[in-house]
Design a protein around this ligand. Structure first.
Ligand SMILES: [Zn+2]
Length: 163
């Protein structure tokens, strides 16, 4: 009898050890979540700390672009947008039209031109008008302003958009 009881206890303990994390509820909508996470699948994309950080960066970029759209002279050569443009240029072999750079970075030609003018003033690129009102931008060799992490970021984005 004593042995029997011990076996039952062992079973209960074994079951307890293998027990899954109790299901939790989403802090936003109260929906049950997987593996005790505080957000359901609908809300993890908008409420996790990582998602909030990404959204904050996106908002900052959107505000900056809106500002440059209104006041092109406010474009800064050291902003992440300018870095993206430089990385795009590097990724395209060092030379591309303003229209292409704008498109690749989801910017208007006006905004891309504002950044390119600023980068040109800093000696990081040269711009050259061609026939049919195209402007070709060329990365100045050795100005080396594209950080490796920025390049990786751009390549990852290029892969995402091409898949
Ligand atoms: Zn939820």
């Amino acid at each position: 009898m004593r042995i029997e009881t011990g076996r039952i206890m062992d079973r209960i303990l074994a079951a307890g050890a293998g027990r899954r994390i109790p299901s939790a509820r989403c802090v936003v909508c109260g929906e049950a979540t997987n593996d005790g996470k505080p957000w359901c699948l609908d809300h993890v994309a908008s409420h996790s700390p990582y998602a909030r950080q990404v959204a904050k960066g996106r908002d900052r970029r959107r505000r900056e672009i809106a500002r440059v759209e209104a006041r092109p002279e406010s474009a800064r050569s050291n902003s992440p947008v300018a870095e993206d443009l430089l990385a795009t240029l590097a990724g395209r072999g060092g030379s591309a039209s303003i229209a292409r750079l704008a498109k690749d970075n989801m910017l208007s030609v006006k905004v891309a031109t504002a950044y390119m003018s600023r980068l040109e003033a800093r000696g990081q690129v040269t711009t050259k008008p061609t026939r049919r009102s195209r402007v070709i931008c060329t990365l100045v060799a050795g100005s080396g302003h594209v950080s490796p992490s920025r390049l990786n970021h751009m390549h990852a984005r290029a892969r995402e958009s091409s898949s």
